[in-house]
Design a protein around this ligand. Sequence first.
Ligand code: HPA
Length: 236
Amino acid sequence: MTIHIGAKNDEIAETVLLPGDPMRAKWAAENFLTSPRLVNQVRGMFGYTGSFNGNRVTIQGSGMGMPSLSIYANELIRDYDVKTLIRIGSCGGMQPNINIRDIVIAQTTSYISTPSSTIMKEVSFSPCADFELLHNAYNFAKSKGIKTHVGNIYSSDTFYDERPDLNEQMVRHGIMAVEMEAAELYTLAARFNRKALAILTVSDHLQTGEALPSDEREKTFAQMIDVALAAAFPAK
Ligand code: HPA
């Protein structure tokens, strides 16, 4: 057990999927895993462990924003020795060619700060995805005809942004989408020599104002879980 995770040491798998929303963790475990078992409910941040094609998997909510994700990712790595961490979340599209329902895979992430920024001092660290996970995810998505973009995203600390000029610069520099967790996840994976990937569905668009209707959120989320599981456990 840790401060924020109530699971016993052997109740967390080596591979963990991390949706921001704990209710999504419950839904994903119940719909995609064989014999899912609730292993954490501290603060209502549900975690479930089950199996997929004979492989043990945990699906653990991370909460919103880098400080929250950082707590869960640190404890999963340090206390449960998790090797592979895959964020499954939503993002806001920022480019005209990025549409609602598309999948965005973060090859790298830009950010203003992360909970790890202070230890980097003057260095502008570049968090990056694990190449093998990225390769597997992209190939699977492509084989299924899922529209998928791979490149740079922006991990922001603010959802209700008061600095439109920042977004303008991000758009100008080809940033595909904004979300709030991936930069810290990739930084922790680098620090502890683990594998990480952030797979995101575009739930809204900053330029068009379009948003995914709530009845379609489940379907796009399901597609993303397929991609995440195929990234971790590619068909042989
Ligand atoms: N901003 C930040 N995070 C997000 C957004 C957004 O517009 N959409 C989904 N996650």
